[in-house]
Write a protein that binds this ligand. Structure first.
Ligand SMILES: [Zn+2]
Length: 155
């Protein structure tokens, strides 16, 4: 049942629910990928060698005002075709991001109605990610009307 909630509620599929922890007002769900054939994230070749796992955490949609994180061990593989050693693709998050695609859509949707300061405080959203990835969460992308107003005021 919880796997269904992961899919319909958090946009996560292809993973099994392992357990949940509640600590300091934060909800942490531990996930495990369902059995599937691993492949290179660059060339999609299935000629790979497993090279350990990396524990990663992803910010997901909040439950009420409680922040939710997804924790999983991401498999690293060495590709015998292209020679790269990389983590396998994660369906619910873009490469090199520490938040889910659904969380990104949620943050962008909120930004249409309020500033970063307003919505980051109640949901304990650490939007430091916009500093590392300005192309996805730049102030202009988050709040276009406010960015235009600021540009006009500065002239
Ligand atoms: Zn490859």
């Amino acid at each position: 049942m919880f796997t269904s909630l992961l899919y319909h509620g958090f946009g996560v599929h292809g993973y099994d629910y392992i357990n949940s922890k509640f600590n300091g007002g934060v909800v942490m769900f531990t996930l495990r990928p369902k059995a599937f054939e691993l492949q290179c994230s660059s060339c999609q070749s299935r000629k790979i060698i497993r090279c350990g796992k990396v524990d990663r955490k992803f910010r997901s949609l909040p439950i009420g005002r409680k922040p939710v994180w997804l924790s999983l061990a991401v498999q690293r593989v060495e590709c015998l075709v292209c020679g790269l050693v990389r983590q396998v693709k994660i369906g619910f998050a873009n490469p090199r991001r520490s938040y889910t695609k659904s969380f990104e859509r949620y943050a962008l949707e909120l930004s249409k109605h309020m500033t970063i300061q307003v919505y980051s405080t109640p949901s304990r959203c650490q939007l430091g990610c916009h500093q590392r990835h300005p192309e996805t969460l730049s102030p202009k992308a988050l709040c276009p009307s406010k960015a235009e107003k600021t540009e006009r005021d500065s002239h």
